[in-house]
Design a protein around this ligand. Structure first.
Ligand SMILES: [Zn+2]
Length: 775
């Protein structure tokens, strides 16, 4: 079977579990080549030619030229377009010419990608006979003996943001050679540097540039990204330098067929469909014995394991070697992951079921069919995953199998969303006060801050740097003013206490009562809804019962259990307005943006049986409320609209809750966030604005700029919500639109629709996008 036959078979299968609701074909395209640059070192050119690379793609040439001139570049082209040559050519060329005096630092998000990159560089160096150049990975797995040699001689040091933060920058005196000769810094997969993690990493890069400047180096940066809508803006925020954007992909591409499969409806009124995983299983059954190499992407670890079992059962039924079907996810041991990567590349494995773990650029060769079991959550992720197939100018297929949820059903009805619209923007906020203060503390440990410096104390474009220094000195007593400088004056090692993955350092530790081992950490706001006493905590496929939650000491004690249910807490959330920073009036409502205080209280929890989702019990939770400050956008409805649609009666709150549900489901399509990063609250009478409101708030303490972005695009979200509710075939609401109908009341769907229609009306002759300030 080839890809064209598969596509024909799926289209002809009227009896199958899903219907093809839309198709889209991206036609084949020849490569745009460019000759090697004149400046290229002849030895390097020979080595590339020996590897069969006789010319470059146009984007590789452009990026290489810019980097060789000393400029910084962001390369935003699809998976498998040959991004690494963009920087390897100028970096290795510089190393060839300058020898031991030139150094480069590569930052990769995972150990696997670091090792992949090291192998690639070593192969090129071997082909040139340049054994004098040292390339090495520096991470948690690097043996201490190697570390020392690497610090002194490593010309290409490959590491990750975390090691740079805790290992290299605080010990910069031992890395003098690296910093003095630092010509290039490569940062890979920068689209993953979003939100809190991205904001931390931007500060680590501020510290890196500050240390490099101390040793007299001004490195050029090469940032690599998946295709996002704002690569230039994102790159400039990350490195605070002028950055050229290279996003014209010159690589060759075979035709790629996208099929949008909607599982058949089981119950029209309740909006129930055949589960996406069952559809994926039936597609897999066709493919498991064929020569087409297929990758299945699931949204969760549990779904991944279930689908893997199904596909192995299919293989057994067909007398196919079960080793041809493998799973892949973060929790597996590294050796097993390496094996699957190798066997995929060699063709030994023909079907792989993966979580997002295979989305990043680890080389697994060229596959033929990608099955997306549910929408990956963002357009960028979708194309990263789709980029796993069709590398060698061969025809390929991407099968999107929708789930019943709003996001997936929206995409089934609006496939153009993936192809016609700009990709998501990546948002970071390096000046988030908590994140900034943490890194200023680390930076002060590395080098004292001058009290009367030029250029913002050498800390990039950081805002309020002076206030942060004074706060760390006067309030926290961590720094000392001395001789016109701020010195680090505490006995602690600050980088150890700063984790790059959460703004709130006050994490709860989850500890196994039997082994006494720490299983995981969880941030405090999540802890009260996940590790209360009686909760079931899932970890690497096992279930643990929370026996005791020591709230004061931030410790949850768990015990391994074998149960057939999981738990879900019911929470109440209040959002109190502290001040309003901006207000924009629209014909039927006013949009406000400002600082809020969010209070969450968990009161009770339900026990829910796996697979059937039966409710098998309930209990109370006894925990104090969790409070944090953050940012929010509030849409306050005019009383006239509320009255017109009948929102004045308390019993009709379901309609407004339905709108909140729609917004919650659709926001990830417009702002690159995880659905859990943003909360949406509907209130019939808001205590501050005294009218019906929809409040969209940043779930990350102190905010990371999400609600600001939502404030700007909220009308697009409302339009999408209206389109979805108008086209949803259910009668009174379903999981694909306003949520299950019993929750939102009999009139819920009609009311939600009326509210959205009212909010979206445009006043003639008035420009609704014009802004007015308000206090
Ligand atoms: Zn519906």
């Amino acid at each position: 079977m080839d890809v064209a036959e598969l596509v024909r078979a799926l289209a002809a299968d009227g009896e199958g579990p899903a219907t093809i609701e839309a198709r889209h074909t991206v036609p084949a395209r020849p490569a745009a080549f460019a000759p090697f640059p004149e400046w290229l070192h002849p030895g390097l050119r020979q080595a590339l030619e020996a590897r069969g690379i006789l010319s470059l793609y146009s984007h590789q040439r452009r990026a290489a030229d810019l980097l060789a001139e000393g400029r910084s570049v962001v390369v935003a082209t699809p998976t498998a377009s040959g991004k690494s040559l963009c920087y390897l050519i100028p970096v290795l060329d510089r190393l060839f010419r300058l020898g031991a005096d030139a150094r480069a630092l590569f930052l990769f998000p995972t150990k696997a990608l670091s090792r992949d990159q090291m192998d690639e560089v070593e192969e090129i160096l071997k082909a040139c006979g340049r054994s004098d150049l040292v390339v090495a990975v520096y991470d948690g797995d690097t043996p201490p003996a190697t570390r020392r040699a690497l610090r002194e001689a490593g010309q290409v040091v490959i590491t990750n943001p975390h090691m740079l933060h805790t290992g290299i920058l605080p010990n910069h005196t031992k890395w003098q050679g690296l910093f003095t000769g630092l010509h290039y810094v490569v940062v890979d997969e920068v689209h993953t540097l979003s939100g809190v993690y991205g904001s931390h990493t931007a500060n680590v890069l501020r510290r890196l540039r500050r240390i490099a400047a101390h040793y007299g180096a001004r490195p050029s940066f090469c940032l690599c990204s998946a295709t996002i809508s704002n690569p230039g803006e994102h790159a400039r925020r990350l490195v605070e330098l002028p950055v050229e954007v290279v996003d014209e992909d010159g690589s060759a591409r075979g035709a790629k067929h996208y099929l949008f499969l909607n599982p058949k409806v089981l119950s029209e009124a309740q909006g129930l469909r055949v589960p996406a995983v069952d559809v994926a299983r039936q597609i897999g059954a066709r493919l498991v014995a064929s020569d087409l190499q297929t990758i299945f992407f699931t949204r969760s670890r549990v779904t991944m394991e279930v689908l893997l079992k199904y596909l192995r059962d299919e293989a057994r039924r067909r007398n196919v070697d079960q080793e041809r079907v493998m799973g892949y996810r973060g929790g597996y041991l590294p050796e097993l992951r390496r094996r699957v990567e190798r066997d995929l590349a060699s063709g030994r494995v023909t079907s792989v079921v993966s979580t997002s773990a295979l989305e990043l650029g680890i080389d697994i060769g060229s596959l033929d069919v990608c099955v997306l079991v549910g929408y990956p959550g963002t357009v960028s992720s979708t194309f990263q995953r789709a980029g796993r197939v069709g590398r060698r100018q061969r025809e390929s297929a991407v099968l999107f199998v929708a789930r019943g949820f709003a996001m997936d059903q929206y995409l089934i009805r609006n496939p153009g969303y993936l192809f016609d619209q700009p990709r998501e923007a990546v948002a970071i906020d390096p000046d988030n006060p908590i994140i900034l203060a943490n890194h200023v503390k680390c930076a002060a440990f590395e080098l004292p801050f001058e009290q009367a410096p030029g250029e913002n104390a050498g800390f990039g474009q950081a805002k309020w740097i002076r206030e942060v220094l004074d706060f760390l000195t006067d309030d926290l007593k961590l720094l000392v003013r001395e001789g016109g400088r701020y010195h680090y004056g505490a006995p602690t090692f600050p980088a150890d206490g700063v984790s790059l993955t959460a703004a709130d350092m006050d994490n709860v530790v989850i500890q196994d009562l039997d082994s006494r081992k720490v299983l995981a950490e969880i941030d405090r706001p999540s802890a009260i809804v996940e590790v209360y006493e009686g909760a079931i905590y899932g970890h690497q496929g096992d279930q643990y019962l929370v026996e005791r939650f020591d709230y004061a000491d931030r410790r949850a004690f768990v015990k391994r259990v074998d149960v057939d249910y999981y738990t879900e807490a019911d929470t109440e959330t209040e959002v109190r307005v502290l001040h309003v920073d901006e207000s924009v009036p629209y014909p039927a409502y006013v949009a406000h943006r400002g600082e809020v205080e969010v209070t969450t209280l968990a009161k009770a929890f339900k026990k829910i049986r796996f697979y059937t989702r039966e409710n098998v019990g309930a209990d109370e939770i006894h925990l104090p409320p969790e409070t944090y400050l953050t940012e929010a956008a509030t849409l306050a409805l005019d009383p006239a609209l509320a009255q017109q649609v009948g929102l004045d009666k308390g019993s009709d709150a379901g309609g407004l809750r339905g709108v909140a549900e729609l917004i919650q489901g659709l926001v990830p399509l417009f702002v690159r966030v995880d659905p859990g990063d943003v909360g949406v609250l509907a209130e019939l009478r808001h205590p501050h604005f005294e009218r019906p409101t929809l409040t969209i708030f940043d779930r990350i303490p102190d905010g990371v700029g999400l609600s600001e972005r939502i404030f700007l695009v909220h009308r697009d979200v409302l339009r999408a919500a209206l389109g979805l509710v108008e086209r949803c075939p259910c009668r009174m609401g379903c999981p694909a639109c306003i949520g299950p109908s019993p929750d939102q009341g009999l009139r819920g769907k009609a009311l939600a629709r009326a509210v959205l229609q009212g909010m979206l009306q445009e006043a003639p002759g008035r420009d609704p996008t014009r802004r007015t300030g308000a206090g």
